[in-house]
Design a protein around this ligand. Structure first.
Ligand SMILES: [Zn+2]
Length: 149
């Protein structure tokens, strides 16, 4: 797509005039592609054990615990192997999601709460993740690093 420099209307590549305002589009550069979750990976380091898990390729990640029971629970980062139960991680504890403002974290009404750089999150509210920050789910601490791929 190319964007009209006059009215910001988007036109297909090869258009010579803006269909909205009639401005000439000759020589206008193609619009920058929108930032996408596919451009990033999230490296999660469990600080107690130095175990590293990489999240990549999804727009949303649910952080929690997969418990072998009948009910299907959607979890992208399973804390069962990281002392999740002992440290008070809920089955669906928090979610990381990509937005136009970058990655954000949301507490999913967990029992033992989520903390971002030791600030307690209000359940259901979205908080922007810095490129390098600390998350705590209950008592389970992890370092979050967001990297371009
Ligand atoms: Zn225009």
């Amino acid at each position: 797509m190319i964007r009209c420099p006059n009215c910001k209307n988007e036109e297909f590549e090869g258009a010579m005039f803006c269909s909205q305002c009639g401005a000439t589009l000759l020589g206008v550069e193609q619009a920058e592609p929108k930032e996408s979750y596919q451009s990033y990976l999230i490296q999660v380091t469990f600080t107690d054990t130095d175990k590293v898990v990489t999240l990549q390729g999804k727009e949303k990640y649910v952080l929690g615990r997969i418990v072998p029971t009948a009910d299907e629970v959607l979890v992208d980062l399973d804390m069962e192997d990281h002392q999740g139960y002992e440290k008070g991680v809920s089955r669906q504890h928090a979610m990381i999601k990509f937005t136009e403002e970058g990655f954000k974290v949301v507490d999913l009404n967990s029992s033992n709460r989520t903390f971002l750089d030791e600030e307690e999150l209000y359940p259901g509210n979205e908080y922007v993740l810095a490129e390098n920050c600390m998350l705590r789910l209950g008592k389970l601490r992890m370092n979050i690093r967001i990297q371009k791929v």
